[in-house]
Ligand binder design. Structure first.
Ligand SMILES: [Zn+2]
Length: 59
């Protein structure tokens, strides 16, 4: 069972969407790590800009 990540666009195993306290995230654990890192260093606006950039690559 695979699922597409809304950020990187990759089809990944459902287990990649199970982390933290939820098991049905809309983006993968790899993207979550980057997301968290950008958020903690640069804030929400930087995260939003990064997401838009990522989606441009495949949408
Ligand atoms: Zn992803």
């Amino acid at each position: 069972m695979h699922k597409q990540c809304i950020i990187c666009g990759e089809n990944k195993s459902k287990t990649d969407f199970e982390y933290g306290n939820r098991n049905n995230r809309s983006y993968c654990s790899a993207c979550n790590k980057i997301d968290q890192r950008i958020y903690s260093s640069e804030g929400l606006e930087a995260v939003k800009a990064w997401r838009v950039e990522m989606r441009k690559k495949w949408q």
